[in-house]
Design a protein around this ligand. Structure first.
Ligand code: NAP
Length: 349
């Protein structure tokens, strides 16, 4: 099969470099275009990333000599991943969609637009058809699909089998989020060493609103949002990669611990699609009392698995448990890539 040429906007950031890494030897896509701000444009990727490549020991060879361009819709491909800072993503992504490019975005700007899919393929693959409404309403030849906030993705994956099997009424979540979630250079070392920061801008609002769209049902090209309630408290901690979340949940019907464990174990809705980035086990339950941990578990299934542990009764809601996911992979670059693979398998690319 001839590979599909693709580009990355925001290729120099934390999510952008993770995309460059994940697209190395990808079976369906060939990364041919890299773009970032005018500060980076004109440099080779290797030159621009000097001192900034930090997710693996070596930058993939194929990317080193690629020249960074500005984020203008003149790239030699028809599909782009956006890992742009949200201060610039809105306009740039729209310019690409108008010019006929498909855009798989990590940025927050379009996530809650009524005609833009907010996709987690394991949960709401059918939302992809909202693209048709989007193209009709906006008169675009291209389109935008988005992935959710990183903390939202891992929480939603852990909740999905519970939502389907027992129903979900209420969720409380307290996050301990990694530094790479703040981009590069991110949080100052003086602010985070020996410290916890009890606020991440807009994060709680995203965690409380995005799942309702993700779990909603599409009717006539629009999402009828799910109705459960979520209360989130988000903290930045001195961990490099991997967001940990302490979750409590009230279910709509009674469930035994064994039933919950088997709902998580059996969860693999994408199996038949054979998407290259889809993990064999989207949810891994850890029986040890001190797991999951970011250092031990964030990279399971090449960073695409969500780890769950410590399922036990909650004195206020029904059950509580701990969830962990790799924010750069499952929570961003890997999520955008899985969305692109779904688009390809459904004929949108
Ligand atoms: P980052 O490290 O700060 O990277 C930002 C990127 O945006 C860089 O490539 C930068 O290029 C580019 N950029 C900034 N200003 C620009 C401009 N005026 N024109 C064109 N490009 C410009 O941020 P990140 O952590 O990778 O996050 C990227 C996006 O993904 C954000 O929207 C973020 O909210 C979202 N996200 C991040 C995570 C995570 O775990 N980090 C998770 C989920 C979603 P230069 O290097 O040239 O300035």
């Amino acid at each position: 099969m001839k590979k599909i040429p693709v580009g990355v906007l925001g290729a120099t950031g934390m999510v952008g470099q993770t995309l460059v890494q994940l697209l190395d030897n990808h079976p369906w896509f060939e990364l041919v275009e890299l773009a970032a701000s005018e500060r980076s444009a004109g440099k080779s990727y290797e030159e621009a990333m000097h001192g900034r490549w930090n997710i693996s020991p070596e930058m993939p060879v194929y990317a080193r000599r690629l020249k960074l361009k500005e984020c203008l819709p003149r790239l030699d491909c028809k599909f782009v991943f956006s890992a742009l800072d949200s201060s610039v993503a809105l306009e740039i992504e729209e310019n690409f969609a108008k010019a006929g490019y498909g855009v798989s975005s990590n940025a927050k700007n379009h996530r809650m637009d009524a005609d833009v899919p907010l996709l987690i393929p394991e949960i709401n693959a059918d939302h992809i058809d909202m693209i048709k409404t989007q193209q009709k309403l906006r008169k675009w030849k291209g389109f935008i699909v988005t992935d959710p906030n990183c903390s939202t993705i891992e929480m939603s994956i852990a909740l999905k089998p519970l939502f389907d099997t027992f129903g979900v009424e209420k969720v409380t979540v307290t996050t301990m989020q990694a530094l790479s979630g703040a981009g590069y250079p991110g949080v100052s070392s003086m602010d985070i060493i020996d410290n916890v920061l009890p606020h991440i801008i807009d994060e709680e609002e995203k965690m409380e609103s995005e799942p309702l769209k993700i779990f909603g049902a599409v009717r006539n090209g629009r999402v009828d949002e799910a109705r459960f309630r979520i209360s989130a408290q988000c903290n930045r901690v001195a961990v490099r990669h991997g967001h940990t979340e302490a979750i409590s949940v009230e279910l709509s019907r009674r469930a035994g611990e064994d039933e919950i464990l088997s709902a998580w174990k059996d969860f693999n809705p994408l199996k038949s699609l054979k998407l290259p980035t889809s993990p064999e086990h989207p949810i891994i339950y850890h029986t040890e009392h001190d797991r999951p941990q970011p250092r031990l578990d964030a990279n399971l299934e090449k960073g695409m698995a969500v780890s769950v542990g410590r399922l036990r009764k909650c004195n206020i809601l029904d059950y509580k448990f701990t969830v962990l996911g790799h924010n750069l992979v499952r929570g961003a670059a890997g999520a955008a890539l899985l969305n692109a693979e779904l688009l390809r398998s459904k004929g949108y690319i």
